[in-house]
Write a protein that binds this ligand. Structure first.
Ligand code: FE2
Length: 351
């Protein structure tokens, strides 16, 4: 162990910059419900080698009681030691269970957002997402988020403006934005890969061009088949962008060429709740460099750009999956855009 365990590491990338290392003694516990590919385990161990944490890899196959026994037998003091849980679970029931790991103080929980078995999860999906988590620059994220919140606080109500290829979207409100970037904080639940600030109110007005990707994430296995049908439209966005008209936080019209507008109109007819914009996110994870359209890759959401989430509730700071209505959360991602906060240029994105 390094000689100054109370200091945060000076590294800016990957786990050394993600973990809350000022909390000591620190453990990083990887909890999975499948066999992690050995090359990932090797890479993770290597990244944590000279970091003041002890890494442990455990399986969640026999429930949380068994998991706690394993932790105790690894001589973790469950009351006093600080534990960062890194959940890699693809079974829906396990993903619900791991949120209970946050029950005590001196913990944080990061969940890698993996496709469900019903969405044809493969261990290589986990490898891809882990690579992004291990490459992300958390210091850069912190600086960007710091600038965002600084600009945001200059006016009340604030105005956040996103200009996409064919329209301008405004968020005019006083409600807080959430920070899913930088180093993990005690008590936090974070979906990984992260690197965004987001808004969950309904003061959203204007037009928005989806020219990056569509990422449908079913909040229950029974929605997986429908979600993957919608996901097939993702690769068409770049050449045939989807146009959204939004009034009072609801999508009132969709336009554009190709099959996507019709598919979304049908979705809204099926269930009006999909019209609701439940999230506006500004993403700046520079390690997410390309969109993946062949499976629901959570890295798409944090690809630099702006996205709107419709449908399922994105609230990420609670264990709300069970309580949430059973919907698909659909991220609609714009990649060519510029964002102004209270009239000041904040970020510009280009594909
Ligand atoms: Fe988001």
């Amino acid at each position: 162990m390094p000689s100054h365990p109370t200091e945060q590491s000076q590294e800016t990338e990957g786990y050394p910059a993600l973990l809350n290392l000022s909390a000591q003694p620190h453990w990083t516990v990887f909890v999975s419900d499948f066999a992690l590919p050995s090359h990932d385990v090797r890479r993770l161990k290597r990244q944590l080698e000279n970091v003041p944490t002890r890494a442990l890899f455990v399986r969640l196959d026999r429930g949380l009681n068994e998991l706690n026994r394993t932790l105790r037998s690894a001589s973790i003091n469950l009351r006093d030691d600080y534990i960062s849980f890194q959940a890699l679970t693809f079974q829906h029931s396990n993903s619900l269970q791991v949120t209970r790991l946050l029950g005590s103080p001196r913990r944080d929980l990061a969940k890698l957002e993996l496709p469900l078995p019903e969405s044809r999860f493969l261990p290589s999906h986990a490898s891809h997402l882990l690579r992004i988590v291990m490459k992300a620059d958390y210091r850069e994220q912190e600086l960007i988020a710091h600038r965002f919140f600084g600009l945001l606080s200059r006016r009340k109500p604030y105005t956040v403006k996103a200009e996409t290829a064919d329209g301008t979207l405004l968020v005019n409100d006083e409600r807080p934005w959430y920070d899913f970037s930088g180093r993990l904080r005690e008590g936090e639940m974070r979906i990984l890969p992260a690197g965004e600030v987001s808004y969950a109110g309904n003061h959203v007005e204007g037009d928005f061009t989806v020219d990056g990707a569509i990422l449908p994430f079913p909040e229950h296995p029974e929605l997986a088949a429908y979600a993957s049908r919608l996901g097939r439209l993702s690769r068409t966005m770049r050449r045939r962008p989807l146009q959204l008209k939004i009034r009072r936080g609801e999508v009132i019209d969709v336009g554009g060429k190709g099959d996507a507008p019709r598919a979304f109109r049908r979705l809204f007819e099926k269930d009006e709740r999909y019209r609701r914009v439940v999230e506006v996110g500004i993403s700046f994870n520079s390690a997410s460099r390309r969109f993946i359209h062949s499976w629901p890759a959570a890295s798409n959401e944090v690809h630099p750009g702006v996205h709107l989430g419709i449908g399922g509730d994105p609230s990420r700071n609670d264990d709300g999956y069970e309580r949430a209505a059973r919907l698909i959360h659909i991220d609609l991602i714009a990649v060519n855009c510029r964002v102004d906060v209270n009239g000041h240029g904040f970020l510009r994105f280009h594909s």
